[in-house]
Design a protein. Structure first.
Length: 220
């Protein structure tokens, strides 16, 4: 089965745009109810991962509409952010569902914790416009989560802010580091799954064609 590349690009732009709207609506809703610290708001793994994944998808789609294939580094970024979105879905639906705080708007909460993570996974699995990801690059998926955890631990020890209750130093650093290790293992397992799935090619995406002006320049 083959689908036109522009159709896939439009679908990706819609998914990325909806995610951006969900984040913006959540920010405005929170600001309307209480004083909001932007650093804290954008410090959540959920918010950052959704924005990173949306940016990777949107850039991939934009390049497609411009008649350019996604470079290898962008495909790797998509692989990593898809892994992060899997972690977001798993952690929220196993550890955070029903807890106070977080995304108060029900529809935005569903988009950020369920629909967009599911879309990212299905997009990666179904649309074969990505090369098989080399296993030697798997370590890359840990860069962002390790940096995020480091910042959270520093902030928890200094100003006392933590994004999630299971990372609160008041519960004991043994428990906190246990969860950090669990996050790292979950990320690397999710990343390995994404890398493995990149070998599947169930739906072929039509070739990206250059725009007429670029074609004329090439022939000239």
């Amino acid at each position: 089965m083959t689908v036109p590349a522009p159709s896939v690009a439009v679908l990706r732009l819609f998914a990325a745009g909806l995610t951006g709207v969900a984040v913006t609506a959540t920010f405005l809703s929170t600001a309307a109810r209480t004083t909001i610290n932007p650093v804290n708001f954008f410090g959540f793994f959920t918010i950052q991962s959704n924005l990173l994944a949306a940016a990777a998808l949107a850039l991939t789609a934009a390049l497609c509409l411009l008649g350019r294939p996604a470079p290898a580094w962008l495909q790797l970024a998509r692989a990593a952010t898809t892994g992060y979105m899997i972690v977001v879905g798993l952690v929220y639906n196993t550890l955070l569902t029903g807890l106070a705080g977080g995304v108060e708007l029900p529809w935005a909460n569903t988009v950020l914790h369920v629909l967009f993570p599911l879309y990212c996974l299905l997009d990666w699995v179904l649309f074969a416009d990505r090369a098989p990801q080399p296993w030697r690059r798997l370590w890359v998926v840990l860069i962002y989560p390790v940096l995020w955890c480091a910042v959270v631990l520093v902030r928890g020890a200094t100003d006392g802010w933590v994004p999630y209750p299971f990372l609160n130093p008041a519960t004991g650093y043994g428990s906190v580091f246990g969860y950090v290790l669990l996050i790292a293992v979950t990320v690397i397992v999710a990343g390995a799954a994404v890398f493995g799935l990149s070998r599947l090619r169930p739906v072929t995406v039509g070739p990206v064609t250059a725009r007429p002006a670029e074609q004329a320049t090439t022939r000239g």
